[in-house]
Design a protein around this ligand. Structure first.
Ligand SMILES: [Zn+2]
Length: 469
């Protein structure tokens, strides 16, 4: 049984899907006005791991996410660059794919852009007005926060505190347009002819930020969904407002389990533009040759904990991943010469550690404990590979176990570096034959030839093995 920490209840709860065997999951995506930063990548990877574990556990996951492609930041950026808003949004939506594919983040089942659902947004807002939860004011439409019972519960916000904060943030114009300072915009009037806008019953304008997620979750999933995810910084106001909008419209619970991921610090400091440590994934990928190391660092920390992105934590991630890859290869290289049959005691130990892995992941996706189970398999693999004789079934089971569990973390390709050209394979085969007849001159000559091709051959007591230089 999977247990998840629900931000709404502040407790770990047993996970029950609304429809057995299926999970409807919504995760907030980025605003496409710049390259995504490491915090966006952390959130995308955290929920990718959760999705992969749900799939590993037998669920069919319908995963919906958004691109916020219209807001103040995009409009400002378009002005700065002298292009229209959609040029900016298109560029960074495409960059999102370019940055997330190397990190092996599965594409959403549905990823929609806010501007693709404008008629749905308008219909949603009209319904809120009709139900008395929203009102038009000078072309804007605001949500009556206090009318919604339980507003602020998700982030445990006190109403008086919210009022004080809201009043401090608003300019006089906004204050006069609102009935109450804590009301929030679901539709914003356009105040300039050179910014993107749509015709609506309230004049030309564009959606407020929060409304798109409420609309997409309902349109592509259901009135009540199983899991909603995002960074902990989104709990207030974004998710708080999503709950108010959605539940005001449907009268149903919007989300059964609210999951929030923790922050990423850079060199032990909070990431911010003013500190100059704002790290984009685009830059990270350009400067780091192995994206799976970045993925390993971000995936193997439990999703609610903070991660420190720094040269030494990356180096540690690289070393750990290399240990896993090496153990995998140690067994992989023995498979071709393994005897048929299996070894009971090793099979038993493999099953035991798979079950520990599942226990750890069932406990609110505790990837830190789960990776410890993989390292138990690594030890077994290294010991088994050093035996004089190994059995095919057990060796196969061992490599599959490591590969399957690493796949939950989204780290594939453990044998990727083990592919060879037909030519290189032929030379390796020839070398095995040469050594069998003790023709060491030929064997050395073949080793040099392979070395020129970037393949380093080593002879071990269990036979020849190789790796790329
Ligand atoms: Zn959202």
């Amino acid at each position: 049984m999977i247990h998840v920490y629900n931000t709404l209840s502040r407790e770990k709860e047993a996970f029950h899907a609304i429809t057995p065997g299926k999970v409807n999951m919504y995760v907030c995506g980025p605003t496409v006005y710049n390259y995504i930063h490491i915090g966006n990548a952390r959130s995308a990877i955290a929920f990718d791991v959760i999705r992969r574990y749900l799939e590993y556990s037998g669920y069919v996951v319908n995963y919906v996410s958004n691109f916020t492609d219209v807001d103040d930041k995009i409009i400002q950026r378009a002005r700065e660059e002298g292009v229209d808003e959609m040029t900016i949004a298109d560029k960074y939506a495409q960059a999102f794919d370019e940055d997330t594919i190397p990190l092996n983040i599965k594409p959403a089942t549905t990823r929609s852009r806010a501007t693709a659902v404008i008629p749905d947004i308008i219909a949603f807002v009209e319904d809120l007005i009709h139900k008395g939860y929203a009102y038009e004011s000078a072309g804007d439409v605001y949500f009556r926060a206090k009318k919604f019972k339980g507003y602020g519960i998700l982030a445990h916000q006190d109403l008086a505190e919210m009022e004080a904060n809201a009043a401090g943030r608003l300019d006089d114009q906004e204050l006069t347009r609102k009935e109450d300072p804590i009301d929030f915009a679901v539709w914003k009037a356009s105040h300039s002819s050179d910014e993107i806008s749509w015709v609506s019953p309230w004049g030309k304008g564009r959606p407020g930020w929060h409304i798109e997620c409420s609309v997409m979750a309902q349109k592509y999933l259901a009135d009540t969904i199983d899991i909603h995810g995002g960074g902990i910084d989104l709990a207030f106001p974004h998710h708080t407002n999503e709950i108010a909008q959605s539940e005001a419209r449907t009268g149903q619970t919007f989300v059964n389990y609210w999951l929030h991921n923790g922050f990423v610090n850079v060199n032990d400091e909070k990431m911010s533009k003013s500190l100059g440590n704002f790290t984009t994934v685009h830059d990270m990928l350009a400067h780091y040759d192995d994206p799976m190391v970045i993925r390993y660092l971000l995936a193997t920390t439990q999703y609610r904990r903070p991660i420190n992105y720094a040269p030494d934590t990356l180096e540690q991630a690289r070393a750990e991943l290399e240990r896993i890859r090496t153990a995998y290869r140690n067994v992989f290289f023995r498979i071709s010469t393994a005897k048929t049959g299996h070894d009971d005691s090793v099979d038993y130990a493999i099953a035991e550690h798979i079950s520990h892995f599942r226990e750890a992941m069932d406990d609110d996706f505790n990837t830190q404990n789960a990776i410890a189970s993989i390292f138990e398999l690594v030890t077994i693999a290294n010991n088994y590979a050093s035996r004089d004789e190994i059995k095919l079934d057990t060796a196969t089971r061992l490599t599959h176990a490591i590969a399957d569990l690493m796949n939950v973390f989204g780290i594939n390709g453990l044998s990727e570096h083990l592919t060879l050209s037909a030519e290189a394979q032929a030379l390796l085969d020839k070398r095995v034959q040469a050594r069998a007849v003790r023709d060491f001159n030929l064997s050395d000559q073949l080793r040099d030839q392979l070395s020129d091709m970037g393949i380093i051959v080593e002879d071990t007591t269990q036979g020849q093995r190789w790796h790329h230089a």
